[in-house]
Write a protein that binds this ligand. Structure first.
Ligand SMILES: C[S@@+](CC[C@H](N)C(=O)[O-])C[C@H]1O[C@@H](n2cnc3c(N)ncnc32)[C@H](O)[C@@H]1O
Length: 347
């Protein structure tokens, strides 16, 4: 396998670290590298190599060519001779310093340019190598609707991307986002209540399809309450009786009336309603999110379906029909560029 653009070349065999350990003369290597970093920083920008310990670590993990002179490198390090170190390590790729061209490929068909720009939070094209590294770390291999994104960076030969600058590291999304918007919750259910703004949008999609809806996996009632508030007649099914009791209290506290039913959705699929709204448990045994695994029991020809699906759901597994995809971004300050879920509307 050929090395990736940000990995040291490796052809098998002893690494530079091993070769230096075995070489002469005896030199306290840590101190020598540290001195070299200081020296290189002083003569920046001519030498972009070895300005940080991370670059040294990357070089030490590379496998030198067979004729590499480890003794000479050790002597150059001991003498803090930066030019000699650079010459001896000329087989190592250098960190790119000039702007590079970046492309992101593998987008799902329904994820157009405006959504792409929102998710990436920056325009593509030419950017600094640090920004390219940040983009690669965040989005290379990112799963979106059954597609996998790839971040392609045009790098000159023998150049690698730097580490991601601290200032460009993605902020993790806050887990405690001010608590659930429903007053009555249980420990498990609180994590899968649909966020208020998204539940309101989803109620709008359902209301555009009909006057009545079956919420087949109602949980604590986040979606059911919003759909009732949008004026729909709502029948809501939940398999866990204690959670259904909480959903009933939630409906009461919002002053809406919902026909709650305890039991298994599969026994209620013949309820006479215009729309079937489904928010199945996504994390069931942690497998792939596909139609068969999450919703396989739903008759594929059932008219008017609104599905709340995880971002990684493989949209290609949905049964044949006219689907509209809504990519649901968060409404908060820290998740406005995060795809929280997909709503698939089928008619
Ligand atoms: C993702 S949660 C629904 C969250 C809900 N939309 C909300 O905003 O509060 C899925 C719920 O489906 C319930 N459930 C799982 N299998 C079911 C089944 N076969 N029939 C009915 N409910 C089921 C689970 O107990 C869980 O409460």
């Amino acid at each position: 396998m050929s090395p990736g653009p940000s990995e040291p070349p490796s052809i098998g065999g002893a690494t530079l670290r091993d070769r230096l350990r075995d070489a002469l003369p005896r030199v306290p290597l840590k101190a020598a590298w540290r001195a070299l970093i200081r020296h290189n920083r002083a003569r920046r920008p001519e030498s972009p190599r070895f300005l940080k310990q991370a670059q040294v670590d990357q070089a030490l993990a590379a496998v030198p060519p067979a004729d590499f002179d480890a003794d000479a490198l050790k002597a150059a390090l001991a003498a803090c001779d930066g030019a000699a170190v650079d010459r001896l390590l000329s087989w190592l790729p250098r960190v790119a310093t000039e702007p590079v061209i970046v492309r992101v490929v593998g987008w799902p068909a329904s994820f157009g340019p405006a959504l792409q720009a929102r998710l990436l939070r920056r325009p593509l094209g030419a950017m600094s190598p640090g920004e390219a590294a940040a983009l690669k770390r965040e989005f290379d291999g990112f799963d979106l609707g059954g597609s996998r994104l790839a971040v392609e960076v045009d790098l000159p030969p023998d150049r690698v991307l730097p580490g991601v600058p601290r200032s460009l590291r993605a902020e993790p999304m806050r887990r405690d986002r001010g608590g659930p918007w429903l007053p009555h919750v249980d420990e498990r259910g609180r994590h899968f209540v649909t966020p208020e703004a998204i539940a309101a949008r989803q109620a709008g999609y359902v209301a555009a399809l009909g006057d009545s809806v079956l919420d087949g996996f109602c949980g604590l009632g986040g979606n059911a309450v919003m759909m009732a508030r949008a004026g729909l007649r709502v029948v809501a099914v939940e398999a866990v009786p204690e959670r259904l009791a909480l959903a009933t209290r939630n409906a009461r506290s919002f002053g809406v009336s919902i026909d709650f039913r305890s039991g298994d959705l599969r026994d209620q699929l013949d309820v006479d309603v215009d729309v079937l709204f489904l928010d199945p448990p996504w994390d069931r045994d942690g497998g792939e999110a596909t139609w068969d695994r999450l919703l396989g029991f739903v008759p594929p020809d059932r008219p008017k379906l609104v599905l709340k699906l995880p971002r990684s759901f493989d949209l290609g597994t949905l049964p044949e029909r006219e689907w509209t995809m809504h990519w649901e971004f968060g409404a908060g300050e820290d998740d406005a560029a995060v795809v929280r879920m997909i709503t698939a509307v089928g008619r």
